[in-house]
Design a protein around this ligand. Sequence first.
Ligand SMILES: Cc1cc2nc3c(=O)[nH]c(=O)nc-3n(C[C@H](O)[C@H](O)[C@H](O)COP(=O)(O)O)c2cc1C
Length: 185
Amino acid sequence: MSGHTLGLVCAAAGGIEQVRERLIEPMLDDGWTIAVTLTPTATTWLEATDEVGKIEAVTGLRVRSAPRLPNEISPHPAVDCYAVVPATANIVAKLALGIADNQALTQLCEAIGGRRPPIVVFPRVNAAHAGQPAWDGHIAALTRAGVHLVYGEDVWPLHTPRSAPNKQIPWYAIRSAIESAAAEA
Ligand SMILES: Cc1cc2nc3c(=O)[nH]c(=O)nc-3n(C[C@H](O)[C@H](O)[C@H](O)COP(=O)(O)O)c2cc1C
């Protein structure tokens, strides 16, 4: 049993609809505590399919999206590791630049800046996202800051936009990266 706590951030990318069944529930079964935070767009997607309530029911924690009020306490415990799964090209760019304009990014930017807890990021991107002129710089900046990227031809070969609607997310590689990062924390 793990006994670790994961702060899981989900952005509005393909595969988000599988996160509960393919990542959250198996990790809960292995003894993890999982505190989920969604980007604003991911929140609208998962509310539309009743997934927010299902995630709260299995994790036993509120799904966060909006920032707390200054006089409120956080509804989430301290975490041993963060994972951004799936990460959009948008959240990767903002993370690399230190833009913290929603709750998910606020947590992650603080962790990157403080170099703890460790962060695993799976950019669920296509060849057009990765062809954006600033992309390589974002990946390099995150790597320099010690972020563990599940990224590259071996785990996620880039596809042309809208050509891979059912492409399988590399759940095994993501889970391995989270376990390695939490173990070194
Ligand atoms: C159906 C649909 C699927 C999308 N899939 C992806 C994706 O796989 N990867 C990605 O980077 N952006 C994808 N996007 C675009 C993002 O949702 C969009 O950039 C959004 O502003 C990201 O917000 P967030 O990063 O705050 O979650 C998709 C958009 C739609 C409508």
